[in-house]
Design a binder for this molecule. Sequence first.
Ligand SMILES: Nc1ncnc2c1ncn2[C@@H]1O[C@H](COP(=O)(O)OP(=O)(O)OP(=O)(O)O)[C@@H](O)[C@H]1O
Ligand SMILES: [Mg+2]
Length: 326
Amino acid sequence: MTGYQVRTAEQMAGLGSSSLADEGTPLARAAEHTLLARQGAAMRPPLPRPSTTRVMVVANQKGGVGKTTSTVNVAAALAQLGQRVLVIDLDPQGNASTALSVEHHQGTPGTYEVLVEGAALDDVLVPSPEVPGLDVVPATIDLAGAEIELVSVVARESRLQKALAADPRVGETGSGEDRWDYVLVDCPPSLGLLTINALVAGAEVLIPIQAEYYALEGLGQLLKTVEMVQAHLNPTISVSTILITMYDARTRLAAGVAEEVKAHFGDQVLRTHIPRSVRVSEAPSYGQTVMTYDPGSPGALSYLQAAQEIVRHGTFGVPAVKGTEA
Ligand SMILES: Nc1ncnc2c1ncn2[C@@H]1O[C@H](COP(=O)(O)OP(=O)(O)OP(=O)(O)O)[C@@H](O)[C@H]1O
Ligand SMILES: [Mg+2]
């Protein structure tokens, strides 16, 4: 680990958020958060919309690493930054639907109907009641049977891709104001047909990695699956974004894991790490993302910053405008 750089309060105040972005110390991050919080949601100018819909698959077959938390909070943050966003809940647990406060009791039309029955996205999606500009395709427990039911369905790996391609809100800017700028797909913790459907439908994979021991174990299997899909089903899919979650800046272990992830994935790793925070974990029990539950909290500000980085990244890992931070 590198040594800490000590700065006076005056020096800290003189630093823009860009200079702070690389700092890993708790004090530096706190200062950065204060700067971001002061900007205020209303003061933030909307960020430019991408030229075409970016379909991002949030996947990691390891359970509990922050897939759902990252999906809903990045989605809400993107919407707050002026982007039009669709979240597709692809996990029978329906956690993303819960966090976004949309109905998902058994029988509610959602991802199951899209994948198994060929329903149109428009027939099943629901606008988020909490976040303007954010739509949700809910998942119910019915989806638990889809892995098996899909086995006998024609073109079973490309059901989601077909549904997205059929919707006029997916595509280039020409498709209008309503066009979704980002589609985020929250995958279950497995590499079965549901996750394969997401990988066939998407262009980018966002992998949340929990900053803990064993973080990288099992990732090889996910990367091999992405390669397999790339070779046989969807040549455009690639890993574009790695997000380190539940980062505890006080521990050497977290810093060590972050270093290891960076050594492995380089520029694909977002510079923003999501801190472990009680506010982040309690937001879903209020049917909210942390972006609305406690917008000034470090967790919300980190997700906002991660979303800003994602917007500035191109469609692949190399940032489109490298090194420029708002
Ligand atoms: N930054 C954070 N700080 C504190 N708790 C967090 C944070 N991120 C996620 N959690 C908590 O960790 C648990 C797992 O997170 P989450 O459900 O997002 O993971 P997941 O990868 O989607 O899990 P699964 O594999 O079951 O779908 C949840 O209880 C969540 O509230
Ligand atoms: Mg989940």
